[in-house]
Write a protein that binds this ligand. Structure first.
Ligand SMILES: Cc1cc2nc3c(=O)[nH]c(=O)nc-3n(C[C@H](O)[C@H](O)[C@H](O)COP(=O)(O)OP(=O)(O)OC[C@H]3O[C@@H](n4cnc5c(N)ncnc54)[C@H](O)[C@@H]3O)c2cc1C
Length: 316
């Protein structure tokens, strides 16, 4: 077993996803505590230029293959498994994302390594991993008995800035025999265009069931416009077809990290909290003083949102 910490790089259309930088930042801390090496595992075809964005890593292992040009769970899994088998790292960090979960399971099975999913915390030395189960209702700490395990990290668990370092890490090219593939890439289906990307907004005015009717949405939209932000929502609002799925925050929606998250009439279910708890400033407005959202809000207003919105809009 080596003293390497592996981070599997997630990228799409030339952009490295934030989750990769989060894991690189955390991986650097763990590698530092153990006198180990942080290794970014980059897969693709003709994407070696991305190595310059992985400066937090001591080394990049790059696998270039035509079957890795587009994401394919089978070829990606085979490539990561082979690189892991050849290097025997102490720990493999993979995003707890749609792509990462495909890969993590296969790497764990192929290499007979324990797999700890839903990681929301890792101790500085990597010895204890906190897994957030049942949509965040229960946290379990694992201390693996021996080195050599796979950990999938929930996006938003660690600061991305710590791993967002440009540089020129050493690049080692690895060739892997991908072999026959039963799964073929057909097409990338992009989300419907034309809507605001709530993950890039600095200010979000988010509405929940407390808004009561779609006829009341313009009130919140007007407030969002005055604040220079956009409107987002909890799942029941999307289920009722009052707003598009692209506006949903949470476990089955999008993870957001705005500077301000103003939650209006949202109770704070774990599935919602999972998507917004990393916001810099959370202000919650709810008539129920015991609403769980107040456990996460930096400021809480116990008030009817229909009184709050006009009062704040008036001030603005
Ligand atoms: C697998 C799974 C995935 C899920 N994914 C998501 C997800 O991605 N995102 C998500 O949001 N949910 C998700 N959910 C649903 C989640 O469990 C909750 O049901 C949902 O978040 C509740 O939405 P809410 O807070 O708007 O509604 P409620 O829980 O009904 O809360 C409404 C709140 O509004 C307050 N209120 C009512 N009237 C007013 C008023 N006039 N002024 C001020 N406050 C008022 C009430 O006190 C209450 O706290 C998921 C559930 C499951 C099982």
């Amino acid at each position: 077993m080596s003293n390497q910490i592996f981070v599997v790089v997630e990228h799409l259309k030339g952009n490295i996803e934030d989750i990769t930088f989060e894991m690189l930042g955390k991986g650097k801390e763990i590698a530092g505590a153990n006198g180990g090496e942080l290794v970014a595992v980059l897969l693709g075809s003709g994407v070696d230029g991305l190595a310059g964005k992985l400066g937090a890593a001591d080394k990049v292992i790059y696998v270039d293959d035509a079957t890795l040009a587009e994401y394919n769970p089978q070829s990606y899994c085979k490539a990561v498994s082979a690189v892991v088998a050849a290097n025997q790292p102490k720990m493999v960090l993979i995003g707890n994302t749609s792509m990462g979960m495909d890969i993590a399971v296969g790497v764990s099975v192929d290499n007979n390594m324990p797999f700890i999913a839903y990681a929301s915390g890792i101790s500085p030395d990597g010895g204890t991993i906190t897994s957030s189960l049942y949509g965040g209702k229960m946290n379990v700490d694992y201390s693996p008995a021996k080195d050599g395990y796979v950990v999938s990290v929930i996006a938003g668990s660690f600061p991305a800035d710590a791993g967002r370092v440009e540089g020129s890490p050493a690049v080692e090219t690895a060739s892997v025999d991908i072999g026959e593939l039963a799964v073929q890439f057909k097409a990338l289906i992009e989300p419907e265009g034309g809507d605001v990307d709530i993950t890039t907004q600095e200010i979000l005015v988010s509405v929940g069931r407390g808004i009561q009717s779609d006829e009341n949405l313009p009130l919140a939209e007007e407030l969002a416009a005055k604040l220079g932000g956009a409107i987002s929502c909890s799942r029941p609002i999307v289920d009722s077809k009052w707003l598009a799925k692209t506006r949903q925050v949470g476990k089955s929606g999008l993870k957001v990290k705005p500077k301000l998250y103003l939650a209006l009439g949202i109770s704070g279910a774990p599935e919602h909290i999972e998507g917004m708890k990393e916001a810099d400033l959370i202000i919650a407005v709810n008539t129920d003083p015991k609403a769980p959202i107040f456990d996460y809000a930096h400021y809480g207003v116990v008030q009817d949102l229909f009184d709050f919105i006009p009062a704040l809009s008036g001030k603005l």
